[in-house]
Design a protein. Structure first.
Length: 475
């Protein structure tokens, strides 16, 4: 509370001078807690490259920053972490500068800047486009933003989209399938209304550029960890976050997306996170495990290095290998590449607030780290990353089969791919693939152990292609 008392004393002094309209209760800058000189810029040099199963330090970000948006993007064999906006000063000075980190070559480069400076924004990705929305463009007490932008990776250009219905910051956003974006939680802020904590969920359709309300989250929360688990289930997980300016959530909320009406989300409370935390990161690492890492275990800036794995089948958390440094409000992304018999997982982090304490405060990190590991899998495997000439869905083999068969397909460009199974009545019985894949040739080993004998249809769909084939299950 001493940190907040210091902040409020400064606000009272400024208010007496007629400089402040409303008092901000949630700190979004280091200077709000530690004073203008209470933080430092911290960097380290790189000496290693990727090692399977361990953290390896990469090249430093060109200028340290925190509290911005980030997504991971892959094309063929190359992988990038995109960094969108943030605070480079520790004093609420939002930046319009955007970067991307090439994981393969360990290099950073600037991309086209945002149309307006932005910090405490969220970001999501669909195909070759990155989306960012909300946040602040200047220092407090400016109102939060409701602006919404799309970045085209191929043309390196930004386009302004229709404004989101609320001014918002400390929120979350995920891209779903090939045309939907969910925006959820956070805090609405205007100087006239002060702060409104949100459990609101908005659903944006990039095709008709319309917003509609989706099912509210069970709890109003801000600056939480979250991830979309879409390869097998269709669930959004929201973990922890700020409950108020003095309290933290430790709850886990699962939102199951209705496959008929995407605006309907069935929210249920799952096992509690092992600690109260905010400004942390979440990601799906496999078909049955999610990871949540870092953050702060106080409502101030108190970075931690904790990593917890959540098993969606057993609804339990377990402690995993720690981050290479204590970190919160950082940029991160996960990429999973399917290869024969296993997945290659690469988890990249950069920037954020670290625990290095100098000159009375904390440091803004410039470090970049990459974790690489392999996971044994069954189901979808990439059997060649050579670029095919066309989309193609091949006949399954063996056919007839009992009880398993292999379905092979090729895609000539990165695409959102759906591979589904239907019975003879046209009823969907299984979704095998529902994710964005790099160009290549893939196969899926499908087990029909729980189905009855008969004729089944399997269908592959992308934005530019659709084909179906029949197969026969004989038991």
């Amino acid at each position: 509370m001493k940190q907040f008392n210091l902040f409020f004393s400064l606000i009272l002094l400024m208010s007496a001078l007629g400089l402040v309209v409303q008092a901000q209760t949630i700190p979004t800058t280091l200077s709000e807690l530690y004073g203008k000189n209470g933080f430092t810029i911290e960097t380290k040099t790189s000496s290693e490259r990727l090692v399977v199963g361990s953290w390896v330090q990469g090249a430093n970000m060109p200028f340290p920053r925190y509290y911005g948006g980030s997504v991971m993007y892959s094309r063929n064999d190359t992988l990038w972490l995109y960094v969108i906006g943030g605070d480079t000063s520790g004093a609420g000075h939002a930046t319009s500068a955007c970067l991307r980190y090439n994981v393969n070559t360990d290099t950073w480069e600037y991309i086209a800047p945002l149309p307006v400076p932005t910090r405490v924004n969220a970001a999501a990705i669909l195909g070759d486009n990155i989306y960012t929305m909300g946040g602040f463009s200047t220092t407090f007490p400016s109102p939060a933003l409701n602006s919404f932008f799309e970045y085209d990776i191929n043309t390196n250009t930004w386009t302004q989209l229709p404004n989101i219905p609320q001014t918002i910051f400390f929120h979350g956003a995920v891209g779903f399938e090939d045309s939907l974006i969910y925006i959820f939680g956070g805090i609405e802020y205007t100087p006239s209304r002060s702060e409104v904590w949100l459990n609101k969920v908005w659903l944006y359709n990039i095709i008709n550029q319309n917003f509609r309300s989706a099912t509210d989250m069970p709890k109003a929360t801000a600056s939480f960890g979250y991830t979309l688990h879409a390869n097998v289930t269709k669930n959004i997980y929201v973990v922890g976050g700020l409950k108020s300016y003095t309290e933290l959530w430790s709850s886990t909320n699962k939102g199951e997306i209705n496959q008929t009406n995407r605006a309907q989300i069935g929210w249920t409370v799952q096992a509690s996170y092992p600690l109260g935390v905010y400004s942390h990161y979440g990601a799906a690492f496999s078909n049955d495990e999610l990871y949540f890492c870092g953050g702060s275990n106080t409502t101030g800036f108190t970075p931690i290095d904790n990593v917890y794995g959540y098993n969606i089948n057993t609804n339990t958390y377990s402690m995993e290998q720690s981050l290479p440094l204590k970190l919160q409000a950082f940029y991160a992304g996960v990429n999973i590449r399917h290869t024969r018999g296993f997945d290659i997982v690469r988890f990249t982090i950069s920037g954020g607030v670290t625990d290095v304490r100098e000159a009375q405060g904390v440091a803004i990190s410039g470090q970049t780290w990459v974790f690489t590991d392999t996971i044994q899998t069954s189901g979808l495997n990439e059997i060649s990353n050579d670029i095919p000439n066309s989309f193609k869905l091949l006949q399954n083999y063996p056919n007839p089969f009992n009880p398993s068969t292999t379905i092979k397909f090729s895609i000539p460009e990165q695409s959102f791919v759906k591979l589904e199974i239907f019975n003879s009545l046209g009823e969907k019985v299984s979704i095998l693939v529902s994710e964005t894949l790099s160009a290549g040739t893939y196969e899926y080993e499908w087990d029909a152990e729980n189905l009855t004998s008969g004729i089944y249809l399997y269908r592959m769909q992308t934005n530019n292609y659709s084909e179906s084939r029949k197969m026969i299950l004989i038991k």
